[in-house]
Ligand binder design. Structure first.
Ligand SMILES: [Zn+2]
Length: 362
């Protein structure tokens, strides 16, 4: 059955408890790390975040939380590990990149697909790099992302591949896919609401992942309930991917709980309950200065009680049973997060230096 790779070590899947599959301990847009207003009291914020996590565990059994913050959006392995120690909550960290309109720093755009894949594999098997050191804190899940999720959201234009996916994103998705195949780690996706207005973006992701050999059963498609077309959701489910219920209560990009809960109830009624997971997508701490008119809040931070006090009752009202809810919170996440990580980077095909020889003219 494998293990769940947390920032403090591997755990048995049956000990994970209720799992939040997509959260952010610290979220920071690229660049804020050198903004004077973005400087924060690391220790005090670690205490605050740990207190919120501990409350979630005590009140709702959230024993394991996946921090899906990619490195260019402020991933700090030391912070995640420290918050895990202080809260007693298992935390899983991610390797991967955000969408090309906001993330994928220039250095990485210049790397080959296999070099980017090597980076993900090393994050998972060796440890993540932070502040000029290779830590022994390892990632336990891979992320891919697409979409024009910037100041003025709009659908992604059709790229060279004929999909609503940018040229850089296409290569980064292939790298993530190859790392998934090499490690067996779970893979989660960020889709953009604007893209759902023009295409089944979840299916487009699966097209590329499958071309690279990924089994869709290892994939969790995120932010998909903003999409009004339930036939598209079923198409993704029928290919094997799970769907993630997220951003409940926030009203993010016109999402509403009524629509989400109706869609979920229909999917459960049709037998898809083994392919659903649920999370908030909450910024536990957003590293930034004060909010301004030009840079307003992106997503409401929901109370940690919201899921159990408001959303789950709404699901029950629409006929979703407790067994299905247990699957979304406990059974399905444990199955997704469990894998058999390869022991060392050498064993999974990293070829240090060979790319340089290829790149130099003879
Ligand atoms: Zn998120």
């Amino acid at each position: 059955m494998g293990v769940i790779r947390t920032v403090l070590g591997d755990i048995a899947p049956e000990t994970a408890g209720a799992v939040l599959m997509h959260e952010h301990m610290i979220a920071a847009w690229p660049g804020v790390e050198f903004d004077h207003r973005g400087v924060f009291d690391w220790d005090a914020v670690a205490d605050e975040v740990a207190a919120e996590l501990a409350a979630g565990k005590a009140r709702h059994g959230f024993q394991t939380v996946v921090d899906i913050t990619p490195p260019e959006l402020g991933r700090d392995p030391f912070f995640i590990a420290e918050v895990s120690r202080r809260s007693g909550v298992n935390l899983v960290a991610v390797t991967g990149f955000f969408c090309q309109s906001m993330g994928i720093p220039y250095h990485w755009r210049r790397q080959s697909i296999d070099e980017v894949a090597d980076f993900h594999v090393r994050d998972i098997t060796e440890g993540m790099v932070f502040a000029n050191q290779v830590t022994s804190i390892r990632a336990g899940i891979i992320k891919i992302a697409t979409g024009q999720d910037d100041l003025h959201p709009r659908p992604t234009p059709v790229g060279p591949s004929g999909r609503h996916i940018g040229d850089v994103e296409d290569r980064i998705i292939r790298a993530a896919a190859r790392a998934q195949v090499r490690t067996g780690a779970p893979l989660t996706t960020h889709t953009d609401p604007e893209d759902w207005s023009v295409t089944n973006i979840g299916a487009e992701h699966l097209d590329i992942l499958e071309e690279e050999g990924v089994d869709p059963h290892r994939v969790i498609t995120g932010h998909c309930f903003v999409n009004p077309r339930i036939d598209w959701l079923k198409e993704i489910l029928d290919r094997g991917s799970s769907l993630q219920i997220d951003n409940i209560g926030t009203g993010w990009r016109d999402l509403d709980d009524e629509h989400i809960s109706e869609a979920v109830a229909e999917l459960v009624a049709e037998g898809y309950e083994d392919q659903l997971v649920i999370s908030f997508d909450r910024f536990f701490y957003q590293r930034r200065g004060p909010l301004t008119a030009n840079d307003p809040i992106v997503a409401e931070k929901m109370q940690i009680d919201y899921m159990h006090d408001e959303f789950l009752p709404l699901l029950r009202q629409k006929g979703v049973g407790d067994d299905a809810i247990q699957k979304m919170l406990v059974v399905n996440p444990a199955r997704h997060l469990a894998f058999d990580p390869p022991a060392a980077p050498d064993a999974v095909g990293i070829t240090d230096g060979s790319w340089a020889a290829e790149a130099s003219p003879a």
